[in-house]
Ligand binder design. Structure first.
Ligand SMILES: [Zn+2]
Length: 366
C-alpha cells in the first residue's frame, strides 16, 4: 500500500490523500484550501474563470494524476469524510465517472448547499455509504466509523489492502453530542494499524478548557434566564449539535427558538437520518422568512417544501410582541443590521456566537 499526502500536513484543511495498491487507487477528501501558500485566508473567488491547468500551477488543485475532468481516469474512487468544504470543496473539478463515496448526511448537506449557497457542486456521482458495513473498492476494503464532529454524519475510515491497515480519522472531536463515539474509539480502537493519519487542528493550542455541548446548553440557559427580551444566536445552520443545544436551552427556559428557512430545510432533510433533530413544527420553534433565501431558490420542489413552513411562520410584529426568544442568525450575519432595525427596543439584547462566526466586527461601529 502506498500513501501520498497531497495536502494537509502543513495547514488546516484542503485535505487530500492518495492511497494505492497495485490494483487500486483512491483519494480521501478533496478539499478547498482554507489558506493560501503564504498563509493568507483563501478567497474562493480566485477560482472563477480559471482552467484546471491554471489552478494546478497556482497549487490550488493538487497534482493528482487521473482525477481531473478531461484526463485519462486513473483514480477508482473518492472517499469524502464529511461535508465541510475544506474536505470536499474541489469536487467540481473531478472526472465525472469517478464515484464519490460519502455518508447520507454529507450528501444531503452538500445538496442543500447547492440550493442555498453560492458554493455549488454541479454534478455529484454519489455513492452513499452504509455506515454500519465495510465495502470494497477494487483491492481495498473500507470500514467507515461515524465520528463526533460539527459536520453532521462525519466519518473516519479504516482502509485495508495488501495486508496493511491505514486509519484516517477525518476531523473529529470528543466534546460534541456524539462524544460517546470518541470514548468508544479510545476504549476499543481499531487494532493493528500500520499507519494513522490524524487531523491535528487543535494540536499546540494548549490545554484551554473546551466546553462540551451540555455546558454550552447550560450557558445559553443562563443567558436566557438573565433576562433581556431577545437573544441573537450566530451559528452555522449546518452545526446541528449547536442548534440542538440552543433548542434545548429554549425549551428549558420557555423561550421561542426562531430559525430561518434555510435552517428549517436542513433540519427537515436530516430527519430521515436522526429523529432527534428538531423540526420546524416542534414545540417553541418558529420560522422567519427572509427574502434573500427566496431569491436563490429556483428549484420548484424546494419551494413547495418551504411553503409548508408557513404554518410556523413568525413576522417582526409577532417577534416584537412575544416574550423571551432566541433569534438565530446563521452565519450569514450581513442581514443582521437590517434585522436589528426591525426589533423594538433592542437595548440589553444579548449576542451568542459560535466559533467560525467572527465577522461581528461590524457591530463595533453601530
Ligand atoms: Zn470539518
Amino acid at each position: 500500500m502506498r500513501i501520498i499526502i497531497h495536502r494537509g500536513t502543513q495547514e488546516i484543511g484542503g485535505s487530500c490523500v492518495e492511497v494505492s495498491t497495485d490494483k487500486t487507487k483512491i483519494l480521501i477528501d478533496f478539499g478547498i484550501p482554507l489558506v493560501t501558500a503564504t498563509k493568507e485566508p483563501f478567497d474562493s473567488k480566485v477560482l472563477t474563470g480559471k482552467s484546471i491547468e491554471d489552478l494546478k500551477k497556482l497549487k490550488i488543485l493538487p497534482d493528482v494524476k487521473g482525477i481531473y475532468k478531461g484526463e485519462q481516469k486513473e483514480i477508482d474512487a473518492l472517499l469524502v469524510s464529511h461535508s465541510h468544504p475544506d474536505h470536499y470543496g474541489l469536487l467540481n473539478y473531478i472526472h465525472p465517472e469517478i464515484p464519490v463515496y460519502l455518508s447520507q448526511g454529507a450528501k444531503e448537506l452538500i445538496e442543500i448547499s447547492n440550493i442555498f449557497t453560492p458554493n455549488k457542486i454541479k454534478r455529484l456521482n454519489a455513492k452513499v455509504i452504509n455506515t454500519k458495513k465495510s465495502f470494497t473498492i477494487g483491492g481495498l476494503t473500507i470500514t467507515p466509523y461515524v465520528v463526533d464532529h460539527s459536520a453532521f454524519d462525519a466519518l473516519a475510515f479504516l482502509i485495508e489492502g495488501e495486508s496493511k491497515r491505514l486509519f484516517y480519522s477525518g476531523d473529529f472531536r470528543g466534546h460534541g453530542r456524539k462524544s460517546i463515539l470518541f470514548k468508544q474509539m479510545l476504549r476499543n480502537p481499531p487494532k493493528d494499524i500500520d499507519c494513522l493519519l490524524m487531523e491535528g487542528t487543535s494540536l499546540g493550542r494548549g490545554e484551554k478548557l473546551c466546553r462540551d455541548e451540555n455546558m454550552v446548553q447550560k450557558r445559553i440557559q443562563e443567558i436566557l434566564k438573565e433576562g433581556g427580551n431577545i437573544t441573537f444566536l450566530f451559528v452555522s445552520s449546518q452545526n446541528i449539535d449547536r442548534i440542538v443545544s440552543a433548542y434545548k436551552a429554549c425549551l428549558t427556559t420557555n423561550s421561542i427558538f426562531i430559525i430561518d428557512v434555510y435552517t428549517a430545510y436542513i433540519l427537515e432533510r436530516l430527519k430521515k437520518i436522526s429523529r432527534n433533530i428538531p423540526q420546524f413544527d416542534w414545540r417553541n420553534i418558529r420560522v422567519k422568512f427572509y427574502d434573500n433565501h427566496y431569491k436563490v431558490i429556483t428549484n420548484k420542489e424546494s419551494l413547495k417544501t418551504i411553503y409548508l413552513y408557513r404554518k410556523s411562520k413568525i413576522d417582526f410584529n409577532e417577534i416584537n410582541s412575544s416574550g423571551r426568544k432566541v433569534l438565530m442568525m446563521g452565519r450569514d450575519n450581513l442581514i443582521f443590521p437590517k434585522v436589528l432595525r426591525r426589533i423594538n427596543n433592542p437595548k440589553g439584547a444579548k449576542i451568542i456566537y459560535s466559533e467560525g462566526c467572527s465577522k461581528l466586527g461590524f457591530l463595533k461601529n453601530r
